[in-house]
Design a protein around this ligand. Structure first.
Ligand SMILES: [Cu+2]
Length: 178
């Protein structure tokens, strides 16, 4: 009996901690979610949730198993396809207005340029960014459902063309609405 109780507690703990770190439990029907899969040798895991309560799209990253205390370039890529070597089939940065590569803060950049996200000392990212350059509502040239979100191994310098010199892709997820 004692053992049974112990096992049950352990089971609950494991379920809670993994859900807490890298998975969203509160997803509305209008929210989009991308489940991040590892596409190179980093064991990255997690989810990204997209909501659009008003004009701006809120992008909430819950990612784990990253190298600690580092910045990672992240972008919306044009294809909702994470297959191929290092998610090659995700294609280029989502760029509906034919702008150069740049920063999240400059509206004359690729709409998919999300800048950098940073891991903490445990290799976890739990952060929210906002942008007016993307949409979850059809019809819109900046509609991002069925495209992909990609996390790169290196820092996006926000300048180098066409992709900020952010290195190989380590994580990729297709943006879905259920
Ligand atoms: Cu990218």
């Amino acid at each position: 009996m004692k053992n049974l109780i112990k096992t049950t507690f352990l089971g609950l703990f494991i379920t809670f901690s993994s859900a807490c770190e890298a998975e969203f439990t509160n997803v509305d029907s209008t929210d989009a979610v991308a489940t991040i899969q590892a596409v190179s040798d980093v064991d990255i895991e997690g989810q990204v949730k997209f909501t659009q309560p008003e004009e701006a799209v809120r992008i909430h990253f819950k990612i784990k198993n990253l190298p600690p205390n580092q910045k990672f370039g992240t972008h919306i890529h044009e294809n909702g396809d994470c297959t191929g070597k290092e998610a090659k089939n995700a294609g280029s940065h989502f760029n509906p207005h034919d702008h150069p590569h740049g920063s999240l803060k400059n509206s004359m950049s690729h709409a998919g340029d999300l800048g950098n996200i940073e891991s903490d000392e445990n290799g976890v990212i739990d952060t929210v960014i906002e942008t007016n350059l993307l949409s979850l509502k059809e019809p819109s040239p900046t509609y991002i459902v069925d495209r992909s979100i990609v996390i790169h191994a290196g820092v996006d310098d926000l300048t180098t063309q066409p992709s900020g010199s952010s290195g190989t892709k380590i994580g990729c997820g297709v943006i879905n609405i259920h």
